[in-house]
Write a protein that binds this ligand. Structure first.
Ligand code: APR
Length: 172
């Protein structure tokens, strides 16, 4: 399968893909981390549109315009808060990736960038999160040809190396 999934280090508000995914919270009314960065870069119109969405349950995804961002769309998905691993966190995190990719497909989006969902404020262990993210993204790409490029945009070195390792292990 031609390479369509790339792990890169960078700032998701600067990448050039049609859609970027926001690691949101269930209110969809902004926050810190990547959520804060995306809202700051998109401008206040993003919040105005988010206010019309009525929130979003954990693991589901909703789409808005990108406004001042380079990306045309923002797909907002609240990841699970880590509570020790026995509260269905893995399935909820997998759903974040699955539902974001499904929504992208419905909107004929051909390139999408993800942050490392839930591994910041929500404290999800990054090794476990990376394995889940890589598995969901690669499985989606193995079964769908319409999305041409998926990027995992890692903000720091440790996250970057962890996702690179997860991708290498998946390919074996
Ligand atoms: N680009 C890419 N990744 C980023 C950026 C950025 N500009 N800023 C932060 N990150 C990374 C973090 O370093 C972490 O690896 O995104 C990952 C997810 O961290 P958080 O943004 O804290 O998201 P999460 O752990 O899912 O927690 C979500 O935090 O910001 C609030 O409103 C948000 O309540 C929600 C919670």
């Amino acid at each position: 399968m031609a390479e369509r999934f790339f792990v890169i280090k960078g700032d998701i508000v600067r990448v050039k893909t049609q859609a970027i995914v926001n690691a949101a919270n269930t209110s969809l009314l902004g926050g810190g981390g990547v959520d804060g960065a995306i809202h700051r870069a998109a401008g206040k119109e993003l919040l105005l549109e988010c206010e019309t969405l009525g929130g979003c349950p954990t693991g589901e995804a909703k789409i808005t315009s990108g406004y001042k961002l380079r990306a045309e769309y923002v797909i907002h998905t609240p990841g699970p808060i880590w509570r020790g691993g026995n509260k269905g966190e893995a399935e909820l995190l997998a759903n974040c990736y699955r539902n974001s990719l499904k929504l992208a497909q419905e909107y004929d989006i051909t390139s999408i960038s993800f942050p490392s969902i839930s591994t910041g404020v929500y404290r999800y262990p990054v090794e476990q999160a990376a394995d889940i993210a890589v598995k969901e993204i690669m499985t989606f790409l193995e079964n769908n040809n319409d999305i041409e490029k998926v990027q995992m945009v890692c903000f720091d070195e440790i996250t970057f190396r962890t996702y690179e390792k997860a991708l290498k292990n998946y390919k074996k």
